[in-house]
Ligand binder design. Structure first.
Ligand SMILES: *Cc1c(COP(=O)(O)O)cnc(C)c1O
Length: 458
């Protein structure tokens, strides 16, 4: 098995202590949290794999940039730096800053979506779909079928758009009812699966034929570029920067969360080529985020973000990041733990249905497993299954095919020994899986229920 570990391409200059609570206390803490790992206190967590969103470790160069924050209300130097960086790296004409990714999703949804419109995408993402639905839009999944099959590991680009599904939708509802197609690179909810350059190009060509704009969810685009370099013939000798440039040439705009591949703790942007769209977004950003020269970020945030985006394009950085995730996945898989394959860019996803075959989906196997992993080891993970999927307009639960527990690796934060502890701990839970019980609701919030919902064991 190929489980070679690439040494961390960084050394540690500042530490943040973490502690493992005694077992009885962990059981108490998860009970207090209503068995929802989102409601645990961070100080009670030993290794935090809840998310890689905003949990990145910044470099010394980024921290130095914070001291250069120009906190002017308008025309901050740091904004000019960020704007120039985004234009240069991604090739867009206009950039609108937002406090994080969902701020950009809100703007694009407000401008382009009218009630009853259909928005195709390669699998939904929670906040993206929530914003579409708030505007009366209907999300339509056009990802290739295999993305829904966690065991299929023979497909290098499981995130690809199924062009037949996409064209069938266009023919069914008409292109005028499709404000844009949202293409996520990589696909978070499918397990961080990448999209190939060939597919991005084909989607763009089809969209142009019907006059439909292509908007990328660029949140994890550097991870996607790494997979293209590794897996797609013809790209092995291209730099990450060159691949990113080509990817985005097949789009009309993007939303981005800097909290992921921007390697910062907060930030985001919307970038577009259309001047009218830019003007509308600049008008709305004032209402929802802040001036078009800061959009909810401080000057120092924007400086760190501009620097982080450049660092993210470094091959040694992104190779270690993605290979670290693969190391975690390969080692769990070799112990027989069922995971989504091939391992994606940011996280290892445990297939909770196979892990806990006796717990039906309406008893929340993925959340029950996440709670058990915390109790066993102090490791915090996240449910990505029926609870995250929410309810449709009629109030019926979505029953997603995938019922997963996500172990997300923050960028530049943990070392190999942390990952080895994670593998050992999940193995211990796997050996005692029969003891895990399903859960039921105690409190169900109306939107994005996974964040604050509370549960008890059956
Ligand atoms: C995190 C994420 C978002 C939302 O970004 P926030 O900064 O959390 O608002 C959108 N799309 C994808 C694919 C993400 O991973």
């Amino acid at each position: 098995m190929e489980s070679k570990y690439i040494p961390e391409p960084y050394k540690i200059k500042m530490v943040e202590p973490i502690t493992l609570l005694p077992k009885e206390e962990r059981a108490e803490r998860i009970k207090e949290a209503g068995y929802n790992t989102f409601l645990l206190r961070s100080k009670d967590v030993f290794i935090d794999l809840l998310t890689d969103s905003g949990t990145n470790a910044m470099s010394h160069y980024q921290w130095a940039g914070l001291m250069l924050g120009d906190e002017a209300y308008a025309g901050s130097e740091n904004w000019i730096h960020l704007e120039e960086t985004v234009k240069d790296l991604f090739g867009f004409k206009y950039v609108v800053p937002t406090h994080q990714g969902r701020g950009a999703e809100n703007l694009i949804s407000l401008i382009l979506i009218k009630p009853g419109m259909h928005i195709p995408g390669n699998m939904y993402f929670t906040t993206t779909r929530a914003h579409m639905e708030l505007q009366g839009g209907i999300f339509v999944d056009v990802i290739r079928d295999e993305a829904h099959e966690p065991e299929r590991d023979d497909i290098p680009f499981k995130g690809d758009v199924d062009l037949e599904k996409y064209e069938a939708l266009i023919k069914k509802v008409g292109p005028e009812k499709i404000p844009y197609i949202c293409v996520a690179v990589t696909v978070n909810m499918a397990g961080g699966q990448p999209v190939s350059m060939a597919n991005l190009k084909a989607v763009y060509e089809m969209s142009q034929k019907y006059g439909i704009p292509v908007i990328f969810d660029a949140t994890r685009c550097v991870e996607n570029a790494y997979f293209i370099k590794k897996r797609e013939p013809g790209y092995e000798n291209k730099t990450i920067t060159e691949i990113i440039r080509e990817m985005f040439s097949y789009s009309d705009g993007c939303t981005m969360s800097g909290k992921k591949d921007g390697i910062v703790n907060m930030g985001g942007f919307l970038a577009v080529n259309d001047e009218d769209l830019y003007r509308q977004a600049s008008g709305l950003v004032v209402v929802y985020e802040g001036m078009p020269s800061y959009g909810g970020m401080t000057g120092r945030d924007m400086e760190a973000f501009a620097r982080g985006l450049r660092e993210a394009m470094d091959y040694d950085y992104i190779r270690h990041r993605v290979e670290q995730v693969r190391y975690l996945g390969d080692n769990m898989s070799s112990l027989g733990i069922p995971i989504v394959k091939p391992v994606g860019g940011h996280a290892v996803f445990i297939d909770a249905r196979t892990f806990l075959p006796n717990i039906p989906q309406n008893e929340f196997p993925a959340l029950a497993l996440a709670a058990a992993i915390y109790e066993q080891s102090g490791i915090r993970t996240m449910e990505r299954g029926i609870i995250s999927a929410g309810r449709d307009k009629e109030g019926k639960d979505y029953y997603p095919k995938l019922e997963l527990v996500r172990l997300t690796v923050p960028r530049r934060v943990y070392t190999r020994s942390h990952l080895d502890y994670v593998v050992d701990s999940v193995k211990d839970v796997f050996e005692k899986a029969d003891n895990i019980k399903g859960l039921e609701w105690v409190y169900e919030p109306p939107v994005l229920r996974f964040f604050t919902g509370r549960f008890k064991p059956l």
